[in-house]
Design a protein around this ligand. Structure first.
Ligand code: HSE
Length: 319
């Protein structure tokens, strides 16, 4: 397979690094060679002199030899153009862009179907946790009832640091320096990023992307150090939770993001720092729980590369 990578930030850098360090093993498992035909970044990156490098993403889109575009830019305006042009040019798209799909997913999934190409986005939810593939490929016989999760690593990291005495500002600065936070961290702390992710989980569970404005969103910025301290005294912690549920009678799906208090013994109590956890409740499997690093270059890059396996092997996602 011949890939073009657009966006060499925290995740893109690790994607290139892992492919290069693990090439023999990855190619053996994929059953194909991976050629990174071109990489694109707005600012120059000297360390990639062995690669064909461009500042202009259009060069990747119009390169006929590239069959799969990996978009890791963030933001929505240019990624939407990239996604549409990629699919229209009958190339597969792998993206970590949860905002793009939560807002424009209906249109993009439809376009992919029409063009008979694939979109995969494992890295968009839960960082390194394989959650989308199990939901779509392993748990599908269920009638899903509810999905709940800590879906934002940065917010969870901030809440954890604050419960250990750090200030909100210091914790956010730390999360940003470690490459966990979004370019605009209000997405993390105001619950918007969690809302994008719960929307994608809900799509895979029930086949519909909700209008984003219908999601009730509340973040962690209303919580004070005092609130967190008081909770700790009562052996409780605040967690930012995304929740999707279906009403069994009306089949109406409701999505919400809000901070909740959890006590010792609660599943989410021990999910700290950058970790995420997702609980999926199905009619046959009951509750299934997924846990792992929810952000960061390495974990998320693993998810991106796992999508290359699906590009080659899976047709089920287009149905
Ligand atoms: N800013 C996101 C988070 C990155 O902290 O969870 C992973 O999607």
């Amino acid at each position: 397979m011949k890939v073009g990578i657009i966006g060499i930030g925290t995740v893109g850098r690790e994607v290139i690094n892992i492919i290069s360090c693990q090439r023999a093993k990855i190619e053996k498992l994929l059953g194909e060679k991976i050629e990174v035909q071109k990489i694109c970044n707005r600012t120059p990156r000297e360390e990639y002199e062995d690669y064909s490098f461009t500042h202009d993403y259009k060069e990747i889109l119009k390169d006929p030899s590239i069959d799969t575009v990996i978009e890791l830019m963030g933001g929505i305006k240019i990624p939407l153009e990239i996604a549409k042009k990629t699919l229209t040019a009958e190339k597969n798209l792998v993206t970590a862009n949860k905002e793009l799909l939560a807002i424009h997913g209906n249109e993009l999934f439809q376009l992919a179907k029409e063009k008979d190409v694939k979109i995969f986005f494992e890295a968009a939810v839960g960082g390194g946790i394989p959650i989308l593939s199990p939901l779509k490929e392993s748990l599908f016989p269920n009638n899903f009832k509810k999905i709940r999760g800590i879906l934002n690593g940065t917010a969870n990291y901030i809440l954890t640091q604050m419960s250990e005495g750090a200030s909100y500002e210091q914790a956010l600065k730390d999360a940003t320096e470690k490459g966990y936070a979004e370019t605009d961290p209000t997405f993390d702390v105001e619950g918007i990023d969690s809302a994008h992710k719960i929307s994608l989980l809900s799509y895979l569970a029930w086949g519909e992307i909700k209008e984003f404005k219908e999601i009730k969103i509340d973040g962690i910025t209303g919580l004070t150090a005092k609130d967190i301290e008081k909770a700790a005294k009562n052996n409780q912690k605040y967690k930012l939770l995304g929740e999707a549920a279906i009403d069994e009678d009306t089949q109406k799906i409701t999505l919400a993001v809000k901070p909740i208090l959890v006590g010792k013994g609660d599943l989410f109590y021990e999910v700290n720092g950058i970790y995420n956890a997702i609980e999926i409740e199905g009619s046959y499997t009951g509750k299934t729980i997924f846990y792992g690093e929810g952000a960061g270059g390495n974990a998320t890059a693993n998810a991106v590369i796992s999508d290359l396996y699906k590009v080659i092997n899976s047709k089920s996602w287009q149905r």
